[in-house]
Structure formats: C-alpha cells, structure tokens
Write a protein that binds this ligand. Sequence first.
Ligand code: ASP
Ligand code: MG
Length: 414
Amino acid sequence: MTETEQQSVVVQKYGGSSVSTAQKIRAIARKICERAQSGVGLVVTVSAMGDTTDELIDLANAVTGPDLSPSPRETDTLLSTGELVSSTLMAMAIHSFGLDAVSLSGQQAGIRTNAVHGSARIAAIDTERLNRELGSGKVVIVAGFQGLGDTGDVTTLGRGASDTTAVALAVALSAEQCEIYTDVDGIYTTDPRIVPRARKLKEIGYEEMLEMASLGAKMNPRSIELAAVYGVPVLVASTFDDVPGTLIHRGEPTMELRRAVTGIAIDKNVVKIIVRGVEDRPGVAGGLLRPLADAGISVDVIVQNTSDDGTTDFTFTVGDADAQRALDLVRQQQAVKFRDATHGGELAKVSIVGTGMQNGPGYAATMFSSLAEAGVNIDMITTSEIRITCIVRRDDVPAAANALHDAFELDRAD
Ligand code: ASP
Ligand code: MG
C-alpha cells in the first residue's frame, strides 16, 4: 500500500467479562475475522479474562501479608500479565480461523507512560511497530491497561483502563472509530438494574458521557476525555448481541442531545471524609489534599463550611477503594492542623446530566423536590454546568434514581 492509500483503521476493545472463557475468546475471534475480511485494519485491545486482575491483586496481598502493601512496581508487572494471557489467547484463536494476527504487550505496542505505578498516564504511542504489523496484513491484538514507564518498567494505567488503551490507540493511529464491546449493549439513561424503565441512547455527546462515566456509567472517564480531546467517535456496543449500540461523539445537537436532561448517573462507591476543627487560613485545602493528589487519589465533592470560631470543617468524598488510604494520608500530613478526621457511612452520588440544563433554571428545584417526595434526604450537593449531583445514603439510590427518571421523563423516546 502506498502512503496515499492509507488503510482505514478501526480499534476495538473487549472487556474482561467478554473474554472470560476460551469459548468466548473463540467467538470474538470469529467476529474479528469476519470484520477483518472487509479490508479494514483492525487493532484489538483486550482486558484480562474475567476477574483475573482482582485475583492477581488478592495474590499480591496474600504473599505480602496484612501489615504491608505490595510493591507498586511488582504489582504492575504482575497485573500486566492478565492482559498478556487474554491477548495471546486471542491471537491464537484468530490463527485457528486461518487469519494472521499478532499480540503485542503495551511495551511492544509502543505505549509510553509516566512512572506512576498503578495509575500511569500515557505520554505517547510510538506507532512504528503497530503500523508495520498492520501493513503486513495482520490483526494486531494489544494487551490493554499497560505500558512502559519512563523508568523502563512496566506500568498499568489504573483499574478499568483498557478503554483508555483503546482510545489512545485510536488517536495514535487516526482510526475511524473506537469500538468498545462489553456486556452491556450501550449507554442507558441510567442503570437499568436500578431503574427498569431506563432506555438505551442512540448517541450522546462527549461532555455528557464524561459526566455519566465519571459518575458510574460503565466506561472509564479517562478514555472519554481522551476521545473528546481528539474527537474520536466511540461506539459502545454488546460483544455478543447484534443490536445497535450508543455512539459517543461530538455530534450535532439533535436527538437525545437536545433534551435538557440526558441521563441519571449513579455512583454507589462514595465515602465521605470529614476533617473537623481545621484551622482556617489560606493553604488549608491545598495542604490537606496535596498528599492525596500525589498518591493518585481523586477527590470529588469538596465542601468547606464557613468558620465561626477560627476553625472550619472540611468534607470531601473519595471512592470506596481509596477511603482508608485517603484518611491515613490526611492524618499523616503535617501541613495543616485539625481536631479529628473520620470517614462517614456508605454514600452514593445521584446526578442528573445534560447539556440542555445550561440554559434553563428550575432543574435543580425539580430534582430536589422529587427527591423530597421520594423521601430521600440529601447529604451534599454539587453542580457543574451540565450536571447536578446529590450525595445520598446508598440505600436510597433506587428510590432516588426512579423518582428522577420519572420526573425528567427519561423513558420517553425522542
Ligand atoms: N484488567 C484491568 C482491570 O480489571 C483493566 C480493564 O479491565 O480494563 O482493571
Ligand atoms: Mg477487568
């Protein structure tokens, strides 16, 4: 192929539950072969089989013992093996159907990252090898979720980050589209397991999807961010059911995008950290949160009360998995004095999301009154231009989400 006849490339990604057994890997391999026959260059990213990553983490903890955390460097190399297993098996399955395929680790695929073990960021992708393999007619299978850090060690990109690998590959290869295949068949107005009347969206804008993803919809928010920055269309669809998925794209403000509220995002993994009796002076918020940022912990809703006696309360939320570490870091830091720090009960975030809300008042009022009618107490509130979030008790999520879905008529087809 000459340079002017650049082959068009599609990047696909199959999640852990899609590749959890040999039979499923073979079924996907068959689909990949059919698609490859259409002449498009295929790069396929896979996650580790089933719960492999969790099992490897359990093993790491088991050998390290309860008093220490496993070495981040060793953990990354260990976890990267999960995706090596699935990617090599996928290549073999494709071979069995008579097509040429090659599996590449993140490192072999040219994925360069910084050296933050456990949550490394992609710095660049050297596409030389990828293009060479594509150019020789191979289907290229890339192990998701990993790269080569700038210290020369294997890194992983954070839980669920095979999506990020896929989008980054699509960006680097100027792919037509990035296709994320999973066990759900698209993006819904909200979680159908919680709200049975939830409806699948045909399309959604990046900004809205970013809010939905950050708030619990089944896609890694970093991957959406990356897709948005580079304008890569991302199709989310079912691995095994042949039904239309949801296209995440820049799009025209039509269809679902014209609605004020597009969806309800639910995140049940929220823990509140309360720091009481914090001295009230400049630098306090930064002083408390800097160690968390350095440790790669994302802090979400942040509320600082006005002070009356020269001290204030500072409350923020983190994901369940980070709660204990976040609390330890707050207690250990020396920069800011405070009376005590604790973490609160099991909470959840319920948010209404939609670009249409930007230009209209009243959405917040409707949200709060429907929650009140459903008997749901609001613990904290936060908003962005296209989102209103209430922190509620985790047990209240079904009542809250169903009430909001009805209030904003999200079951109504366009
Ligand atoms: N296997 C990794 C995880 O479970 C990456 C992924 O699934 O995207 O977090
Ligand atoms: Mg996984």
